[in-house]
Ligand binder design. Structure first.
Ligand code: GAP
Length: 454
């Protein structure tokens, strides 16, 4: 049985993701492109649910946060002003012999490609002095190449929010304290990506800039720390593997008054899932100075203008999806078999209901398809499966984390009652077809993370 403590546990996750259509290596038929991944049918649903869960809680359910979808390629002055052109760098060293490149501050974790038992530099080959390597991807805009046409793929979604601060205030009449949330792709030319989709060059972020009167900074910083921590717990993440790590003063950016990382204990060690940062008025002030546009907020009560301060919860969507996958993975012995089960929260599970006719005759498939259609109309993500023995079908759906299976049997044809099997307990209950949707809604709303032995 695979356990989280096994050194190859990540291989188990990667293999499940490929086999069941969560995540595929990108450009696989051409030999791939290092550490880049595509999301398959179940992966795209999982990620969609992660984004939906974030957006619903952070934007839709609140009257003080609105949404935005800003461009990936912005005017390059954006990145000069934000400090990314000059400072968004990693220190790199090159091996003078094999020409491999490594992060100077991560040599401890790196391996020489020619002698993998050694670290770079310990293998007998000489390394160059560290040099700053900018992580932004450059591209050309327009038909003429040249310095004037250079642009960048955004390395974070946050700056698009600052650029639109005035537009949002004027169009939506929002007043501090209020937030602007955004989900979208970001790009970083990471030299040492790794640990599957934990660190990649192309990834999605879910970021929110919360603009506030400076004197409310401490209140909102604590508020968003608590709220974001609770979000992971509410969606079933193991509390013992989640921690809040407050940055030491020497880790903070020069303009920041505080930052906390939400960290998860991955099989490869503790890692950052999300950062909640106090950015003060740094970004709005800088963009105001550089653009010549006044980005101060006019407070009609005090008749004063000021730059709002910002608290920013910034999460990685791919990292969150990976965390849900790893955290959900469980194995248990059932009779002589090992049952692999992803114990996703039902709102995170890519498929919510499996619809299974007991046998392929006596009108059961037709009845099952009718129920399947009815559930889909009610916006439930279903999967209809009529092939193989019922036990085997349950196992296949357990392995992709489907919380409920509806079985249509001979009795259903007489009394219009189905058997619903719950993934976590494997317990079965008879439910009237007409009450199925409300039964499911109730179970989903009251779902609790099951006690786990592993
Ligand atoms: N605007 C602030 C900002 O971008 P960050 O800590 O650099 O902060 C926020 O990024 C989150 O984005 C991280 O906590 C992580 O979850 C995710 N992230 C950052 N770089 C990533 C990468 N190369 N691959 C996957 N996710 C990444």
């Amino acid at each position: 049985m695979a356990s989280r403590n096994d050194s190859n546990f990540m291989d188990t996750i990667v293999s499940l993701c490929k086999r069941r259509g969560f995540v595929f290596p990108a450009s696989e038929i051409y030999g791939g492109i290092g550490n880049t991944y595509d999301y398959g049918p179940l992966g795209v649903e999982l990620k969609r649910r992660v984004k939906e869960a974030w957006w619903t809680r952070t934007v839709t359910m609140r009257d003080d946060v609105v949404g935005l979808d800003s461009a990936i390629i912005q005017n390059p002055k954006t990145w000069e002003t934000s400090g990314h052109v000059a400072g968004f760098t990693d220190p790199m060293v090159d091996c003078k012999k094999c020409k491999s490149r490594f992060r100077a501050d991560k040599l401890e974790d790196a391996r020489c490609p020619e002698r993998p038992s050694k670290r770079p530099g310990e293998c007998g080959n000489e390394l160059t002095e560290p040099r700053a390597f900018n992580l932004m991807f450059k591209t050309q805009v327009g038909a003429v190449e040249g310095a004037g046409s250079i642009a960048y793929l955004r390395p974070e979604t946050a700056q698009g929010i600052f650029l639109n601060f005035k537009n949002v205030v004027e169009s939506s009449r929002m007043k501090p304290p209020f937030g602007i949330g955004q989900i979208g792709k970001s790009f970083r030319n990471e030299i040492t990506p790794g640990n599957f989709v934990f660190r990649t060059r192309e990834f999605e972020q879910a970021e929110m800039e919360f603009f506030l009167p400076p004197e409310q900074n401490d209140h909102w910083y604590q508020y968003w720390r608590t709220e974001r921590h609770q979000w992971y717990l509410d969606f079933g993440i193991d509390p013992s593997r989640l921690r809040m790590r407050e940055h030491a003063p020497d880790e903070l950016a020069h303009y920041s008054t505080g930052c906390t990382d939400v960290e998860y204990e991955y099989p490869f060690g503790w890692g950052e899932l999300e950062g909640i940062a106090c950015r003060t008025d740094f970004d709005l002030k800088r963009h105001s100075e550089a653009s010549g546009k006044d980005l101060r907020w006019f407070d009609p009560d005090t008749k004063q203008k000021y730059f709002p301060w910002v608290v920013e919860p910034a999460a990685g969507v791919d990292r969150t999806a990976l965390t849900f996958l790893i955290d959900a993975y469980d194995e248990e012995k059932v009779e002589d078999e090992t049952r692999v089960v992803l114990r996703f929260h039902p709102e995170i599970a890519p498929i919510t209901v499996g619809v299974l006719p007991l046998v392929k005759k006596e009108g059961m498939p037709e009845k099952a398809l009718e129920i399947d259609r009815e559930l889909r109309r009610g916006r439930y993500a279903t999967f209809y499966d009529e092939s193989a023995a019922i036990g085997r079908r349950y196992r296949r759906l357990d392995e992709v984390g489907t919380p409920y299976c509806v079985t249509i049997d001979g009795d259903t044809m007489k009394d219009d009652v189905v058997t619903v099997r719950e993934r976590d307990t494997m317990q079965q209950e008879r439910v009237k077809v007409g009450e199925l949707r409300s039964w499911l809604a109730d179970r989903i709303a009251t779902w609790k993370r099951p006690e786990r032995k592993s």
